[in-house]
Design a protein around this ligand. Structure first.
Ligand SMILES: Nc1nc2c(ncn2[C@@H]2O[C@H](COP(=O)(O)OP(=O)(O)O)[C@@H](O)[C@H]2O)c(=O)[nH]1
Ligand SMILES: [Mg+2]
Length: 321
């Protein structure tokens, strides 16, 4: 059975396969259309083929280093088979992409066994923090956890109301400060509420200011410190929320956040709005930050755990007969 057939089989058993397919539709269309062109007059993995593949990968935002490694590894792999067909080559390509992502295993998301798990969502304005906070609240609530959210983005009144509205809709408590309040003081309030009410998960929506690295570091360090004083080992996770439509610029942003604080995971939002879904591979390869969740739409259900097999299948569906 070919690699893609194996992916397909796994995919067919997946509960959220429909969401994956519709969420990655733009990437798939663009990626498969470009690759399908190579099928005509395919002459094997020649230098010319590799050059053109490189362009397709770059257009999908895989990033130059990652694209280079993919092409190199594919070339090595295909040298082992004599006269590979186009289908064999696509299969090899998917396998190479799979291996590249899996070079380092993603750690599992561990929740605090002795109390509240505090999760800070960080990222620039508009990346999807508030929406992701709501989506995560829904996810953990559905798993039977006691969940609360903290509106610590106090720089915009709109942000506070936005999270309050989500919380009401999802029926989870929301601790919110006033506009202009110190975000750290709101986080402290949130932690105290979590302890009093024995919450399992506290999701903290923070502000997305990014004037410069020093300020960012200071702000994040302060947030970490205050929550750590309230709840042992908090924050247990700091997840960077990144808008996948921002492409390579988003990768620079991610680098800055990674340098400013310990980022334990990533949420890549708006995958449904981009044809450049290759950014997932770039992030993992260039930054070694695990992509835990992907945003595939604006609704509360549209946050899915990232699944490498389903991702690779979704972006190549229909390419091979
Ligand atoms: N299509 C799509 N839109 C999203 C996704 N995540 C967030 N958004 C939208 O992006 C905009 C900014 O999101 P918001 O959560 O307010 O960003 P924040 O400033 O980081 O808190 C909103 O209009 C969201 O509905 C996603 O996965 N897909
Ligand atoms: Mg917000």
């Amino acid at each position: 059975m070919s690699f893609l057939d194996k992916l397909k089989e796994k995919f067919s058993r997946k509960e959220d396969s429909g969401q994956y397919l519709s969420g990655f539709k733009k990437t798939k269309t663009s990626f498969t259309e470009k690759l399908a062109r190579f099928a005509f007059g395919f002459k094997g993995v020649t230098d010319e083929f590799l050059e053109e593949l490189m362009v397709v990968l770059l257009e999908s935002d895989v990033g130059i280093e990652t694209a280079d490694t993919i092409c190199e590894n594919l070339s090595k792999k295909m040298k082992k088979s004599s006269n590979p067909s186009f289908d064999d080559t696509i299969d090899g390509l998917m396998e190479v992409m799979h291996e590249l992502y899996n070079e380092t295993a993603d750690p599992e998301i561990k929740l605090n066994a002795n109390g509240t798990t505090v999760i800070l969502l960080v990222g620039v304005n508009g990346s999807g923090k508030t929406t992701s906070c709501a989506k995560l609240a829904k996810k953990y609530k559905e798993e039977g956890k006691k969940v609360g959210v903290v509106a610590a983005d106090t720089f915009r009144a709109g942000a506070i109301d936005q999270l309050k509205t989500w919380a009401q809709r999802l029926d989870v408590p929301c601790v919110a400060g006033k506009e202009g309040a110190d975000p750290s003081s709101v986080l402290v309030e949130g932690c105290r509420y979590a302890k009093e009410h024995n919450l399992d998960v506290l999701l903290c929506d923070t502000a997305g200011r990014l004037q410069n690295k020093v300020n960012l570091m200071k702000e994040l360090a302060k947030m970490r410190k205050v929550v750590g004083k309230e709840i042992a080992n908090a924050p247990h996770h700091v997840w960077l929320v990144l808008d996948s439509t921002t492409g390579q610029n988003g990768i620079s942003q991610a680098k800055l956040f990674k340098e400013a604080t310990e980022v334990s995971g990533m949420i890549l939002t708006k995958m449904d709005g981009t044809a450049k879904g290759g950014i997932v591979l770039a992030i993992k390869h260039a930054l070694s930050i695990p992509v835990y969740f992907i945003g595939l739409g604006e609704k509360a259900d549209d946050l899915r755990p990232f699944d490498l097999d389903a991702y690779l299948y979704s972006i190549t569906e229909g390419l091979k007969s």
